[in-house]
Design a protein around this ligand. Structure first.
Ligand code: FAD
Ligand code: SF4
Length: 325
């Protein structure tokens, strides 16, 4: 690991001011991703800014949202009574993430900004446009099993790794950030950026901008929601395919629906096409299958990851059946 300086500011403004003095700095929260990447020299920040002294760990209901501080640990959010009652898709997505030890350390802000698990991104001996812009993509023409089928480009096909972000995409949560230009709120659908020809630019955060909180809207039908994750191992593994869904039912008719997919796309993937198909339709297997076809209509496999398209469809159908039951 390369030598680095360390700072532990006591306010958000001190944190982003430290960052302004060293544009290649990185924040560290739980450290479960950034320290890992530093050890394998994928990241080599000259300055590590530890944000754990900031008062950003509260979880509170304010108006029509649950306001979660960026430093709230995954375990604390998953166990929060309001989250479990009103937004089970969030609690399940968190419980299905990583391991208990990691969930005790990892934070909400860090989870949303974790980097891809694409093996070529993590191997500095191979080209990777995300790690080293314009160096090429080792995955294209390489091992594709875990790579994405939605939202890809000719420059990057890496899957987004966060489970939580998929649930937040279904809810269209709001990310609250602060930085040298002030405070702002970013809707989740504007937060993540498709790879295009700049896969190293992953979010709409500016340099040094700090996530301070995430608002989870108390969707009126959020209690009828779930998150279903399919992976190689039953525990402690990233998704091959996942689905976050919420259904508003009137008898057997769907009034409204929310649908997002994980494990198959370069960003947490909300499917407005599936939601439109579900709206005002009968809550039946036939409807769910048509919604799954719509959600994956634009998916493109490249051989080794073709299996993800039928897998994601089946995952979504099953998630909708669970939510409807
Ligand atoms: C073995 C293993 C298995 C895992 N399995 C899963 C899984 O199944 N599902 C899943 O979703 N995740 C999984 N993870 C990933 C894990 O959830 C993330 O590493 C963790 O959530 C990151 O949070 P952190 O607080 O530790 O982030 P850190 O490592 O501290 O930071 C991650 C990134 O976010 C930035 N950052 C952190 N906080 C802020 C902030 N407030 N504002 C701005 N920037 C910030 C950092 O600079 C860094 O770039 C796994 C990780 C491991 C090691
Ligand atoms: S898919 Fe993306 S992250 Fe993986 S090697 Fe290619 S450019 Fe890098």
């Amino acid at each position: 690991m390369n030598p680095f300086r360390y700072a532990r500011p006591s306010s958000p403004s001190a944190a982003f001011t430290d960052f302004a003095g060293e544009r290649r700095a990185r924040y560290v929260a739980g450290g479960t991703n950034i320290l890992d990447l530093m050890k394998i020299e994928v990241e080599s920040p000259p300055l590590l800014i530890d944000i754990n002294a900031l008062a950003l760990a509260s979880i509170e209901v304010t108006g029509d949202a649950i306001h979660v501080g960026a430093l709230a640990r995954l375990t604390d959010v998953a166990e929060n009574e309001q989250v479990r009652t009103h937004l089970p898709l969030v609690a399940i997505a968190l419980e299905e993430s990583a391991s208990p030890q990691l969930r005790n350390m990892a934070t909400i802000g860090g989870n949303l900004l974790q980097r891809t698990r694409c093996p070529y991104f993590r191997d500095t001996a191979t080209p990777c446009n995300k790690r080293a812009p314009k160096s090429g993509c080792g995955a294209l023409g390489g091992e594709l099993r875990r790579e994405a089928v939605l939202g890809t480009s000719e420059h990057c096909i890496a899957t987004h790794a966060s489970d939580l972000a998929v649930a937040l995409a279904a809810l269209d949560a709001t990310v609250h950030v602060t930085g040298l230009s002030g405070n702002r709120e970013i809707a989740l659908h504007d937060f993540y950026r498709l790879p295009g020809d700049t896969p190293h630019v992953e979010t709409s955060l500016g340099p040094g901008e700090l996530i301070v909180a995430v608002s989870l809207p108390l969707l009126s039908y959020g209690a009828r929601s779930t998150y279903l994750k399919v992976r190689d191992r039953a525990q402690y593994d990233f998704a091959l395919a996942s689905a976050a869904v919420a259904l508003d039912l009137s008898g057997k008719t769907i009034r409204q629906a929310r649908v997002a997919l994980g494990g198959v796309a370069t960003i947490p993937w909300r499917s407005l096409q599936a939601e439109a198909l579900l709206r005002n339709a009968a809550a039946s297997r036939d409807t769910f299958e048509r919604a799954a076809d719509a959600a994956l209509a634009e998916a493109r496999g490249r051989g080794g990851n073709d299996y993800k398209i039928p897998l994601a469809k089946r995952t979504l159908v099953r998630a909708l059946e669970i939510a409807a039951a």
